[in-house]
Design a binder for this molecule. Structure first.
Ligand code: ZN
Length: 149
């Protein structure tokens, strides 16, 4: 299998991604999570498990565990920062916005995605898009299994 290309990103964005990779935020399993989502990216070997606790309709805590490339783990870290305190409706629309950002280079992401904008440059590398979206698809899968619409 040929090696996966390393994305050439702006220095600022690369630094942001490496910072989240080296010092991931919310990297922990939660006790008694209401939502558990798992993802595996065989192209790169990335693994992610996302845990969510809810208070009513609001994400009161969110954490992730896993291992893999810097993009997959940084995306998980940034995702937990962006989604903590959000309602499930907001979570759904941010999942959609992030997924669109990774497939539509002309798309302007909403401000709530914050640091995640750093990952938009990865959209030019289709094989890496799966790394960036892994945590998001894992979360979406977990929400779907829970029966949320
Ligand atoms: Zn990866």
């Amino acid at each position: 299998m040929p090696p996966i290309p390393e994305p050439q990103l702006d220095d600022l964005y690369r630094e942001l991604i490496l910072d989240h990779y080296r010092s991931p935020r919310n990297r922990r399993a939660l006790d008694d999570p209401k939502v558990v989502g798992e993802g595996y990216n065989p192209l790169c070997g990335d693994e992610i498990e996302v845990h969510v606790r809810l208070e009513g309709d609001v994400v009161s805590d969110i954490g992730f565990t896993g291992r893999g490339c810097s993009i997959s783990q940084a995306s998980g870290s940034m995702m937990t920062e962006a989604l903590k305190g959000k309602s499930l409706d907001d979570v759904r629309s941010l999942i959609a916005a992030f997924t669109r950002m990774m497939t539509d280079p002309g798309y302007t992401p909403p401000a709530e995605l914050g640091d995640l904008e750093a990952l938009q440059g990865v959209a030019k590398y289709p094989v890496r898009v799966k790394c960036a979206t892994l945590a998001w698809h894992a979360l979406e899968e977990g929400l779907n299994q829970r029966g949320d619409k």
